[in-house]
Design a protein around this ligand. Sequence first.
Ligand SMILES: [Zn+2]
Length: 264
Amino acid sequence: MKQIVLAGAIMMVSLSAAQSNPPLPPHNPLRQDAAQEAESLPPMPRRKPEHENGAEADADAEKLPPLPRSKPERDPPETAIPAQPLNEPCGGALKDFTIVAERLAPIEDGECGREEVLSVTAVGTDTAVPFAAPATLSCNMAISMAKWIGEAVIPAARKHLGTDIAEIPAGTSYACRNRNNQADAKLSEHAFANAYDLSGFKLADGKHINVAAYEDGTPQAEFMAEIRAAACGPFTTVLGPGTNKYHDDHFHLDTAERRNPYCQ
Ligand SMILES: [Zn+2]
């Protein structure tokens, strides 16, 4: 998972480098020349940075002295578009959801940590449900939480419990530890900000529903079964009551990189 995020970052950087070349940033005098020259030439496919015209434009620019730029207003619409994703977390992927988050500094903690990490305070699709305490999550986790809460949990709460979800109680997100806190186990996905332990929900009617094994046929049991099944997909690991003794009172949700989801 860490490698996927790194690959994404590398892709983002190389994409932006390619896109600024030949659509050219206004602060580089050599490249401004190339842009001016390009304007006097037949229309070029300026949005296809891999085109060999890009290399030619750069080579020509090196032979010419810098000229003052007289029409700076012609470049910003092109440079502004590729510039935006660099400043947005998760390569802009959060925009498809309602996610309230801010990007944190990379976490580097021995074997634990993550380069791109968010402090997430609310997630959803149309509306966002707040976390009682900010969750430190990877981009994939923030997106999966938003999708699951918005598309599955809120509708299931309305259907089975007759109310909305008001808040996600504080739960473990990033933690530099092994699976199930066992000394001889592998590092947990929590160690990569790639997991959340969810203990239940605060409901809009003022009640709480805890993650637990409920008697079959009750609205609580049906709600739990529906949201647990729906979690398998957005999350690649879903553990909870009945999985083992470590998960009787919460769902462990993560987005570990797996060929097939592991949902028990
Ligand atoms: Zn967990």
